[in-house]
Design a protein around this ligand. Structure first.
Ligand code: PEP
Ligand code: MG
Length: 759
């Protein structure tokens, strides 16, 4: 027997009666009619009405006790119009002593409501979305008590189930609603990985659907709540322990976040509010949901980024608590999924992304995420378009919503209309046709019209990238970013793990050369277990070869693993971010020592070529000494250009300020080509620039013969190569070298068009 104070038995009785009517006989409208009568009687109110949201931002009167019966289905208010519209627009209750003196009051003669003064309206919410309004009115001027408001909100929660059930308005119409904003919606974000994708929304952390709202026995619900809280706490403790175990220092980010979670979870205010809601007759799940909806509605107005961040934390936590209550834990990746998925998440780790069947993933929309976030790097490798920083996406998208990610134009279309769909279908079709065309060219050589062969290679970083080498028709892997396998793990892989991984890469490359770049972390590429590197200016900080020379054990392990995997094979090793010849010498000496050591153990590569990445301008001024030492050189234009122009490659304000196709860059490249030709050192360009057809044309004009790019770029670049004459482009490019212009882009484009070069 529960020992509850008498005051709370009232609301609980009301809730049960509403629930019984809902489960009873009659059509949905008849039952709704009975419910408003019960509420009015229980609250000693003259009026109780239910408005349901219909397509087109309209709230329609569906049932009333007290207003004129003729007004049902006749009275309609837009969101924002009248008191009812105001409640919907802000998704929060409005409790008014005299509704008629409220500036938003909208008088509707058909209702006969002029005689009523006080009014309280509460939103009917489902999954954080407004789907209706429940209102009560009285003749006298009075303010409704907190208990009355609470009781109405509870009833509204139960009603939400009925409205969402599809009997009152069709589900299709409900799917159209989008909280405060309705119908098709366009959200903007930032392009993290290019492309366009169309599919059905899958929330990576789906909202739990609650099917039991009204409790039979509050004590039992409280016990369930306690058990779930206990489960949540120990889950958080375990996560915290795991993070502590793999981090180097104290106070790192993931730990901080979890610590904040733990504090909220232990916050008695939060728990008390949930417990109170259980006392009013809700199930534990419904109580968590209700407290969460309240918080969300209250915080929706807040713009402070820190507080909004905390709201997200609460959202996550409420969802986790619901998972514990319902026992639904599994990632949707393992459930039944649509054939074409657009995954929506606050943020997601690369490993979690790879839990999904990547052949079905058409796009990714993230509330957070940055260009260099691990997931973006992985998604780019998989050719999946990604939008990041899509503010509000989690509040506005539901599982099942049709979505289009247009990463190229930094937009997310939610429930797109016919017009947008038609445009996107066209763009997708054109892309598919081009892909077919590229596939047909796969076995054709990347040879210019004047018979100059260009070596096209791919940049890779995951095992799943490697089969793309053959598919794309590339000659080999020009840049294997070994840090990516390090980034997707929770702990540093040991020599054995690395050896296995490199072995598989060799196997999958089927004899094509693979250039392994040693660990290039720091700056923007942090390892989850190495996050103690807070720096003022990380791009110019302790990163890449600087780290691995300072902590040689890491590099030594990697080199041993590479040598073992390369036994009887050709090994190409490349050191990143070399700023001076001495750094190359130090790294090469380490390699030589490991080669000698491993040879004693029987691991002997057939051939060993050692190269450096040219990413720091200073190295260029030591070119003579450098070229005597290296077997090959690869220019990382992403980093090189940011240092040449002193312009952060991730700063949106500088986007487009300096052009890669500029006379300064050309002069640099041309001199480098001449120096490498003289010393017979192979030269490759492996930055983003190499994968864009116009840029690739210019580079070939400057004398470059090897390019390495994302697998998806091989087709377009090959098509361009096969349509250009290396000689004529070179003649033209050389005339531009002394131009004072800031960009040569438009002239090169005009040249390409005039000469039939396919861009
Ligand atoms: C570059 O800097 O151009 C490069 C290829 O390396 P990353 O993009 O991995 O820094
Ligand atoms: Mg780089």
């Amino acid at each position: 027997m529960s020992m509850l104070p008498a005051a709370v038995t009232g609301p609980r009785r009301l809730l049960k009666r509403v629930r019984d009517v809902m489960a009873g006989p009659g059509t949905a409208e008849e039952r709704l009619g009975k419910i408003v009568t019960i509420i009015a009687a229980d609250m000693v109110a003259e009026v109780c009405s239910v408005y349901v949201m219909r397509a087109g931002e309209v709230l329609e009167l569906f049932a009333t006790c007290g207003l004129a019966a003729e007004a049902v289905h006749l009275t309609r208010l837009r969101v924002g119009e009248g008191i009812v519209g105001d409640v919907a627009a802000h998704a929060r209750p409005l409790n008014l002593r005299d509704a008629q003196s409220h500036p938003n009051f909208a008088y509707r003669p058909e209702t006969g409501e002029e005689i009523y003064h006080s009014m309280i309206g509460v939103p009917v919410l489902r999954g954080g979305r407004i789907i209706g309004v429940l209102a009560v009115q009285n003749r006298t001027e009075r303010l409704y008590t907190d208990d009355e408001q609470e009781a109405l909100e509870n009833v509204a929660m139960v009603l939400a189930e009925m409205v969402a059930g599809g009997e009152l308005v069709s589900r299709d119409e409900l799917v159209q609603t989008d909280g405060i904003a309705l119908l098709p919606l366009r959200l903007s974000g930032a392009r993290l990985a290019p492309g366009i994708g169309k599919g059905i929304a899958v929330l990576h952390e789906p909202r739990i659907v609650i099917d039991r709202m009204v409790a039979e026995d509050p004590d039992e619900e409280l016990a369930r709540l306690r058990e779930a809280m206990h489960g949540l706490q120990s889950h958080l403790d375990k996560m915290l322990e795991a993070v502590e175990g793999i981090n180097h220092g104290a106070g790192e980010e993931p730990g901080d976040i979890l610590e904040a979670y733990r504090m909220i979870a232990q916050d008695t205010g939060w728990l008390n509010r949930i417990t109170e809601a259980v006392h009013t007759g809700l199930t534990a799940e419904a109580a968590v949901q209700k407290v969460h909806d309240d918080t969300r509605a209250r915080m929706a107005q807040i713009t402070d980024p820190y507080l909004r961040e905390r709201l997200h934390d609460l959202e996550d936590l409420a969802n986790r608590l619901l998972q514990h209550l319902s026992g639904q834990f599994q990632s949707p990746a393992f459930g039944d999924l649509p054939d074409e998925i657009i995954l929506v998440a606050r943020n997601i780790g690369p490993a979690e992304l790879l839990d999904y069947d990547h052949t079905r993933l058409r796009g990714l929309a993230l509330e957070e995420g940055s260009h260099t976030s691990h997931v973006a790097i992985v998604a780019r490798a998989l050719d999946i378009p990604v939008l990041g920083g899509v503010k509000g996406v989690l509040d506005r998208v539901e599982t099942g919503d049709p979505l289009i990610v247009d990463a190229d134009n930094a937009q997310l279309f939610v429930r797109p209309g016919e017009d947008v769909r038609a445009v996107i279908e066209g763009a997708l079709l054109a892309r598919a046709e081009r892909k077919m065309l590229y596939a047909q060219m796969r076995d054709l050589p990347a040879r210019t019209t004047d018979d100059v062969d260009i070596s096209l290679n791919v940049n890779a970083g995951l095992l799943i990238d490697v089969p793309h080498v053959a598919e794309s028709g590339a000659d080999g892997i020009g840049l294997y970013r070994t840090e990516i396998p390090f980034m997707v793990r929770s702990a540093m892989p040991d020599i054995e793990d690395q050896t296995k991984l490199y072995n598989r890469i060799f196997e999958q490359a089927e004899g094509r050369p693979v250039v392994f770049r040693t660990l290039d972390v720091g700056g923007d590429k942090l390892l989850p277990y190495w996050q103690d590197m807070v720096e003022e200016n990380p791009a110019m900080g302790w990163r890449s070869i600087r780290i691995t020379l300072d902590r040689p054990a890491v590099l030594i392990h990697q080199l041993r693993a590479l040598i073992r995997a390369a036994h009887d094979r050709d090994l190409y090793v490349m050191f990143p971010m070399i700023a001076e010849v001495a750094e190359f010498d130090a790294a090469k000496a380490l390699l030589d020592r490991q080669l000698a050591r491993e040879a004693e153990r029987g691991f002997v590569p057939r051939r060993v070529d050692v190269g450096a990445m040219l990413e720091v301008p200073a190295l260029f001024w030591q070119a003579q000494a450098l070229l005597e030492r290296v077997d090959f050189l690869s220019v990382g234009t992403n980093d090189l250009l940011q240092f040449m122009f002193a312009a952060d490659r991730g700063n949106p304000r500088l986007e487009g300020r300096y052009d890669t196709l500029s006379p300064g860059v050309f002069a640099f490249m041309r001199q480098l080509v001449l120096l490498c030709d003289e010393k017979k050192v192979r030269l490759t360009i492996c930055g983003e620039m190499a994968g864009r057809p116009l840029e690739a044309m210019a580079l070939i004009g400057l004398g470059i013969r090897r390019l390495s790019m994302a697998p998806a770029s091989v087709g377009p670049v090959k098509e361009m190569v096969r349509s250009m004459g290396a000689g004529s482009v070179q003649d033209y490019v050389l005339t531009l070298m002394n131009s004072p212009a800031r960009t040569l882009r438009s002239r090169l484009k005009a040249f390409a068009i005039d000469h039939g070069v396919k861009l």
